[in-house]
Design a protein around this ligand. Structure first.
Ligand SMILES: Nc1ncnc2c1ncn2[C@@H]1O[C@H](COP(=O)(O)OS(=O)(=O)O)[C@@H](OP(=O)(O)O)[C@H]1O
Length: 276
């Protein structure tokens, strides 16, 4: 008996007390630049939630996926029985193999998808790439050069592809029922986070523990920041950067381009958003 117990102890994942690392019960699958970090940090205010601090990139990167589920579990935070583990990797949303891989791990896992005006998201995406290239002293092209080809929107532009929400969500819905995917309105999360968090708690079947007093508007930052147990936390300066400029004409073309993809996305989710 003792021998068996010791063996079990040794083979267990790292634990402290009855806390152990568990596979996620919920995953924020995207969308990149729509507020995935804010959503994760805000869910982490809940006492029954533990989050993986870093993006894990398990289901979207073959070199990680090959490492297997034990590796994935080892990236998770310690949690107590009854707590929900959550991870966020926005790269999952657009990765063709991710939905099938997630389902093979756990067909009942809950999926959270935060969305934002796809044109705004595209500009934010470009701004992030631009920033990274500038940091590494690499050359970069102005947004309009990437976005327009012979004066027309180039549908092949990567950041534009990532904004075609209906295409990506379609792949997830081939593997998961619609009720298992909760849509968070990224603009609403910025304007007034609490109601979105209350809806997310309900979807995750968590008792309501996050309250309006967990949020305060930081005028310097221009965003809501978090308050918990006397600690205050704002997201870092990579969130809420000034966006790269885009001419009014290009923005108008972009909005026109997204009209049909957006309509399809609204049909898919049974709800509409006031995007451009
Ligand atoms: N409370 C709060 N504080 C700061 N920023 C907030 C907040 N809520 C949402 N956001 C918006 O989050 C956007 C970044 O999205 P992500 O975290 O998904 O980006 S990433 O894909 O992980 O790089 C980021 O986009 P940009 O403004 O374009 O930088 C923010 O607008």
């Amino acid at each position: 008996q003792l021998h068996v117990c010791l063996r079990e102890l040794r083979s267990a994942t790292p634990s402290s007390g009855n806390a152990t690392q568990r596979l996620p019960g919920a995953i924020i699958i995207g969308v990149r630049k729509a507020g995935t970090r804010a959503l994760l940090e805000m869910l982490n205010l809940h006492p029954d939630v533990e989050v993986a601090k870093a993006e894990v990139h398990y289901f979207n990167l073959d070199e990680n996926y090959r490492r297997g589920l034990d590796w994935y579990r080892a990236q998770m935070p310690l949690s107590r029985p009854g707590q929900l583990t959550v991870e966020k990797t926005p790269g999952y949303f657009t990765a063709p193999l991710a939905p099938g891989r997630v389902r093979r791990m756990d067909g009942s896992v809950r999926l959270l998808l935060i969305v934002r005006d796809p044109a705004e998201r595209l500009v934010s995406d470009y701004t992030q790439v631009l920033h990274n290239r500038q940091q590494r002293h690499k050359p970069y092209q102005p947004l309009e050069e990437l976005l327009l080809r012979q004066g027309r929107i180039d549908p092949g532009y990567k950041a534009l592809q990532r904004s075609l929400y209906h295409q990506h969500l379609g792949r997830w819905l081939a593997h998961f029922p619609r009720e298992q995917v909760h849509i968070v309105d990224g603009e609403a999360l910025i304007r007034d986070p609490f109601p979105e968090l209350r809806r997310a708690e309900r979807f995750l079947e968590l008792p309501p523990r996050i309250s309006p007093s967990n949020f305060y508007f930081n005028a310097t930052k221009g965003f809501y920041c978090l308050l918990s147990a006397g600690h205050d936390k704002c997201l870092d300066e990579s969130k809420g950067r000034p966006h790269a400029p885009l001419s009014a004409a290009a923005l108008r073309d972009l909005c026109r381009f997204f009209r049909e993809p957006n309509r399809r996305f609204f049909n898919m989710v049974g709800r509409s958003f006031s995007w451009c």
